[in-house]
Design a protein around this ligand. Structure first.
Ligand SMILES: Cc1ncc(COP(=O)(O)O)c(C=O)c1O
Length: 374
């Protein structure tokens, strides 16, 4: 018992196979144990330079404005939208799952006139669908989720979609929370204007930082705003002043989280991005095959099925939530329930970052096999 009367329990060490957070490599854990330094300490400012170049490597970009924001993936989403949108701007949101809905909600809260186009959960858009919606009116930006964690679908053809947006004078904001570091995200080649992500998924650090990158085109739009950015905390110009030469105080960034993210990014770079993508895909394929054998076939067609996050159909007669709870209680494995309309009909299984290992796939499939038969 502790002084507060609560039992002195250690945090459990779970096999994290849900939609994130993913497991953290021992090197990342060790990095976090270093004593924190101040937010303006020369050591941390130097670390930002390495972190920035590693972030450019994973985003496949040369964008000057490439940072890790203090906050989770949602802070990346809010920053992208809040820095670009001014009240009355027309915004198109292409929604193929819950996180697209969240983008629309945030854009509306910022005073944008939001138009939505929608696909059913598990489906994606064709380029033509998006292009014809863009042609309806002059939009400031198009917001889109690359990897929909709520459904397990990957929106394909991002380069063509970006070209269509630019042709119609709109910027492309791309949510890469579940894609960055798991499947290719080619910010420069695809000509994406703002992409953001989160530290706790394929990058393999704890949650708390949101990588973001801003194209020159988008940076100019931000520089030329007529109204101030509504959020002081997520103002990207202030980030640029803190991460840049001026090192102007903005907020007390967590050194410990940056130690973790820098180490996690080093692991990605040491393995090599292409190799990371190949490993993520190979383990996902192993999982998909095993799920088919268990009668829990993947929900999304192979053509646009997302390797880092699989939605698996719950077999007839199986209590989805009971099995999930038993996995946690009896095997220490976390997977997630479906989202929204898919809540009772699919499970969501993540194989991201340090969680994407062969032994985890074998363990999960064996545990599911036992529970499905008992
Ligand atoms: C696609 C997508 N966007 C945004 C978010 C929000 O990120 P966070 O929960 O880290 O704030 C998530 C979280 O799972 C996500 O999957």
């Amino acid at each position: 018992m502790t002084m507060t009367g609560f039992p002195d329990l250690n945090a459990p060490s779970r096999v994290l196979l849900g939609p994130g957070p993913s497991m953290v490599h021992p090197r990342v854990l060790r990095a976090m144990m270093a004593p924190p330094v101040g937010h303006l300490d020369p050591y941390l400012l130097h670390l930002y330079q390495e972190e920035q170049s590693l972030l450019r490597y994973v985003f496949q970009t040369r964008n000057a404005w490439t940072f890790a924001l203090s906050g989770t993936g949602t802070s990346g989403m809010e920053a992208a939208l809040a820095n670009l949108i001014e009240p009355g701007d027309a915004v198109l949101v292409a929604i193929h799952g819950y996180f697209g809905e969240r983008m629309a909600e945030i854009a509306a809260g910022l005073g944008a006139e939001v138009d939505r186009i929608q696909r059913a959960p598990g489906e994606i858009f064709t380029v033509e669908e998006i292009a014809s919606a863009l042609a309806r009116r002059r939009y400031k930006l198009l917001a889109l989720v690359h990897a929909e964690t709520s459904t397990g679908a990957e929106q394909l053809h991002i380069a063509e979609i970006a070209a269509a947006a630019h042709q119609h004078g709109a910027l492309l904001v791309l949510d890469t929370v579940t894609s960055l570091g798991g499947i290719p995200v080619k910010v420069d080649e695809w000509d994406v204007d703002v992409a953001y992500s989160a530290s706790q998924k394929n990058l393999g650090a704890p949650s708390g930082l949101a990588p973001i990158t801003v194209s020159e085109r988008a940076r100019q739009v931000i520089e030329r705003r007529k109204t101030p950015v509504v959020s002081f905390y997520l103002d990207l110009k202030r980030y640029a002043a803190y991460w840049g030469e001026a090192h102007a105080y903005h907020h007390t960034a967590s050194a410990s989280l940056h130690y973790a993210l820098r180490e996690a990014l080093r692991l990605v770079a040491e393995e090599g991005l292409e190799q990371v993508f190949a490993r993520t895909r190979a383990h996902a394929e192993l999982l998909w095959q095993g799920l088919e054998e268990l009668g829990a076939s993947p929900f999304v067609p192979l053509e646009y099925r997302l390797p880092p996050l699989t939605t698996a159909r719950v077999p007839q007669g199986v209590d989805a939530h009971r099995l999930r709870l038993r996995l946690l209680e009896e095997y220490n494995i976390e997977i997630a329930a479906g989202f929204g309309a898919l809540r009772d009909t699919v499970w969501r299984i993540g194989l991201m970052g340090y969680s994407s290992r062969r032994e985890n796939v074998t363990l999960l499939l064996a545990a599911m096999r036992e529970l499905l038969h008992n």
